[in-house]
Design a binder for this molecule. Structure first.
Ligand SMILES: *Cc1c(COP(=O)(O)O)cnc(C)c1O
Length: 360
């Protein structure tokens, strides 16, 4: 067994080892100041700088325009399913949704509690094996926004290009933020739980267009208003200090590698290795349609559920951890986020070929 296993977990996902090592040191003694990172006041000069640096790096790496605020919130990406309609809709208003999987469905449920969700498209009937292409759906003309999940973590599908719409786009990018470049112009809100591709669990990065901050109905309580957090630089109350700090470290690591464009090329290469292995045989069958394949979560099946559990078990004994598919679709899922090493993909491909040779 190698001393660090390959972590294919969908989330919390693998982090760069140098980030873990730095965090371990700073937890005990931050910057050699004789105080641990997670026991420091969030209003101390040192921690304010940690937060500002993390925000600046997120802005720089994602090329976030000046008219967007970057917030570090708590409550997970799941809280945003409610906060988006709370802040942008309110009673009597409509938001349109593309139902491409479990996370979209959960967001639709919350929207219907607050206001009305118009489900413009659903790929549920085909087991969420694809995302819609432009022209596959029409959005209610009275809708305030078009909400979608850019990468469907469970099914292994991704909007390979962002949807085009005359409506403002709202996006849950939890499992592919910082993995590829995109243009912010059509977006109103982008959010992502940090624990998939940008850090540990505990904070959700919410990037919100400034002019939307005044839309929130008066009935929304203080903690659930984007403006509350935007006005206070995410320091309205005690923020998730450790998670924010670690997001900053991950961003520094990514910047050193050459930023999002550089990692995007590596991500494509990693995914291509797996998909071409899947495509080269009938033994492995990809779950996602080719035009919807995710470079982050690669989902596939083997001829029988028995072979799938044998594959997952044998893989685990070789140091491939977390390959079991989500309980809702079964099979195998290899989550290969930014920090997942290319060598791990090379080794997995070798294992897949060997497994097929022995069992095919
Ligand atoms: C994991 C995940 C979520 C849920 O995130 P929490 O932070 O656990 O609430 C939401 N959306 C997507 C796309 C995810 O992958």
């Amino acid at each position: 067994m190698p001393d660090r296993i390959y972590n294919f977990s969908p989330g919390p996902g693998t982090l760069p080892q140098e980030v873990l090592a730095q965090a371990a040191k700073d937890i005990v003694n931050f910057n050699d100041k004789g105080i641990g990172l997670i026991e420091m006041s969030h209003r101390s000069k040192e921690f304010m700088k940690v937060t500002e640096d993390a925000m600046d790096l997120v802005r720089e790496l994602l090329n976030v325009p000046d008219n967007f605020k970057i917030l570090f919130l708590q409550g997970g990406a799941s809280s945003q399913f409610a906060m988006v309609p709370m802040n942008l809709l309110g009673p009597g208003k409509i938001g349109s949704y593309l139902n491409t999987g479990t996370w979209a469905k959960k967001a639709i449920k919350e929207a219907n509690i607050i206001a009305e969700a118009d489900v413009a498209y659903s790929s549920e009937e085909s087991g969420f094996d694809h995302v819609p292409q432009d022209g596959d759906y029409t959005v209610n003309p009275n809708s305030e926004y078009l909400y979608f999940v850019s990468n469907n973590t469970i099914y292994g599908t991704q909007f390979q290009t962002m949807p085009k719409s005359d409506k403002m786009l709202i996006c849950d990018m939890s499992s592919d933020i910082l993995s590829r470049t995109f243009d912010f112009t059509p977006f109103g809100v982008v959010f992502a739980g940090a624990q998939k591709n940008m850090g540990p669990a505990g904070t959700t990065v919410v990037i919100v267009r400034e002019d939307l901050l005044d839309r929130t109905p008066d009935t929304v309580p203080t903690m659930f208003r984007y403006k509350t957090h935007a006005d206070k630089g995410s320091m309205f109350n005690t923020p998730p200090c450790f998670a924010i700090y670690t997001v900053g470290l991950v961003c520094k690591w990514l910047k050193k590698l050459g930023g999002v464009e550089a990692i995007e090329a590596v991500n494509k290469e990693k995914a291509q290795m797996l998909y071409s292995t899947i495509d080269s045989t009938d033994f492995y069958k990809g779950h996602a349609r080719i035009n919807s394949r995710s470079p982050m979560n690669v989902t596939f099946n083997l001829p029988t559920p028995e072979l799938e559990s044998q594959f997952i078990q044998e893989g685990a004994s070789l140091g491939f951890d977390g390959l079991k598919g989500h309980r809702s679709i079964g099979g195998v899922r290899a989550s290969i986020y930014n920090a997942f090493p290319k060598q791990g993909v090379v080794d997995l491909v070798d294992f897949m070929k060997e497994f097929e040779r022995k069992n095919g």
